[in-house]
Design a protein around this ligand. Structure first.
Ligand code: NAD
Length: 251
């Protein structure tokens, strides 16, 4: 199947690389016009150019920058059908070593970013009487966590709660709100945080026998953005290769 997003406009925040980069590419492959918002100008500009899209510099933790990204998308393409707020940071720091500043930064990017982006995107979507708002959560939000993930797990649990609350508020406007909960996905960000040995151990603990790819996650986002997901709102799809199945798996 192709052309599943033909005629749609999508803004992918945190779309320069990794999971967001794959989402932008998959959506473009299915015919969507793409705007990428990110902080990594070099990677964002390159990826947007490859997809024939628009690059916007925006720090999603800042309300005015999220609003400006939505406004620039509307100015360029005239509408906004799909918002993906994927930007997230995941420093591994034990709670007792986490500074209040680091706590605030993780909360403001991962969770605040979802609020700022959704608040900005819902206005044009409400006027259109249609729209899809999608977030990247994580299996750490509801199921597993690991030492060093206090702030991160809190944000992902918060995103899942926000998805349900926003889905209820926006349903009357024809706007759905959903998320994807990836397990362990091999991205640039993951490689920067974890050794090759640790990544191999994580892969060995996944029942399907490998780390996830950004494309595995992008396919779930594509489904949630597509017409096939019209009656789905307020929920998340887990993409983890079966990681949650065995008891006692604490990666
Ligand atoms: P990544 O670091 O490879 O890519 C993240 C992108 O977001 C980068 O392009 C970065 O520049 C951008 N970004 C960071 N902060 C930003 C900000 N304040 N404003 C705008 N853009 C910003 O990360 P990834 O591994 O692809 O993760 C993407 C998302 O997936 C995150 O929300 C992460 O929590 C989530 N996630 C990742 C995994 C995994 O195993 N990789 C698992 C579960 C959930």
């Amino acid at each position: 199947m192709s052309g599943r997003l033909q005629g749609k406009v999508a803004l992918v925040i945190g779309g320069a690389r990794g999971i967001g980069g794959a989402v932008a590419a998959r959506f473009a492959q299915e015919g969507a016009d793409i705007a990428i918002a990110d902080l990594d100008d070099a990677a964002g500009e390159r990826h947007a150019a490859d997809l024939g899209g628009l690059y916007l510099r925006a720090d999603v933790s800042r309300a005015e920058e999220a609003e400006a990204a939505v406004a620039a998308t509307l100015e360029r393409f005239g509408r906004l059908d799909v918002l993906v707020q994927n930007a997230g940071i995941y420093p591994w720091t034990l709670i007792e070593n986490t500074s209040p500043e680091e706590w605030d930064r993780v909360i403001s990017v991962n969770l605040g970013g979802c609020f700022h982006a959704a608040r900005a995107a819902v206005k044009p979507m409400k006027a259109q009487k249609s729209g899809r708002i999608l977030f990247t959560s994580s299996i750490t939000g509801t199921h597993v966590t690991s030492p060093g993930h206090g702030h991160y797990s809190a944000t992902k649990a918060g995103i899942n709660g926000f998805i349900r609350a926003a889905a209820l508020e926006f349903a009357g406007y024809g706007v759905t709100v959903n998320g994807v909960e990836p397990g362990n996905i091999l991205t640039e960000g993951m490689k920067a945080h974890r050794s090759g040995e640790f990544i191999q151990a994580m892969a060995d603990a996944i029942p399907l026998g490998r780390m996830g790819t950004p494309e595995d996650v992008a396919n779930a986002f594509l489904f949630l953005a597509s017409d096939e997901a019209a009656f789905i709102t307020g929920t998340t799809i887990i993409v983890d290769g079966g990681q949650l199945l065995p008891e006692g798996n604490d990666f």
